[in-house]
Design a binder for this molecule. Structure first.
Ligand code: THU
Length: 134
């Protein structure tokens, strides 16, 4: 079964939460600020931002920050994730985040938006076909 698109009110709330989380981005090296927001099955929203390291490879993307926050709070059911950047066009989660989202959330809806108001919605299964699972 594939993830359902979000009702527009929920989509707007999730994008607003990701936009707010983006304000906290710690990205002095790339200056590419990313916000994410994860919608739990019970309606709670967990925000996340990218957190960069001077040792670049240790950087954590916004999506994984949001996933780790929710998982560490005991949440195990998810419906959607939103990602917001200041790019001209919506950007999609990187490969590492797609795998971590699949690990913890399976086939959720993925909303990609820009601070300029552009928006696309797809599913994690579409972004990560034939995902690795143990
Ligand atoms: N980044 C994210 O936070 N999410 C993505 O899906 C792609 C990339 C961050 C990592 C790094 O801090 C910056 O964007 C540039 O790659």
């Amino acid at each position: 079964m594939t993830a359902n698109p979000l009702p527009s009110a929920e989509r707007e709330a999730l994008v607003a939460a990701a936009t707010a989380a983006r304000e906290n981005a710690a990205a002095p090296y790339s200056n590419f600020h990313v916000g994410a927001a994860l919608l739990a099955g019970d309606g709670r929203i967990f925000g996340g931002c990218n957190v960069e390291s001077a040792s670049y490879g240790l950087t954590c993307c916004a999506e994984r920050t949001a996933v780790f926050k929710a998982i560490s709070e005991g949440v195990r059911s998810f419906r959607a994730v939103a990602v917001v950047t200041g790019a001209d066009e919506p950007t999609s989660p990187c490969g590492a985040c797609r795998q971590v989202l699949w690990d913890q959330c399976r086939d959720i809806s993925v909303v990609m938006a820009t601070t300029g108001g552009k928006l696309e919605e797809t599913t994690l299964a579409a972004l990560l076909p034939r995902a690795f699972e143990l």
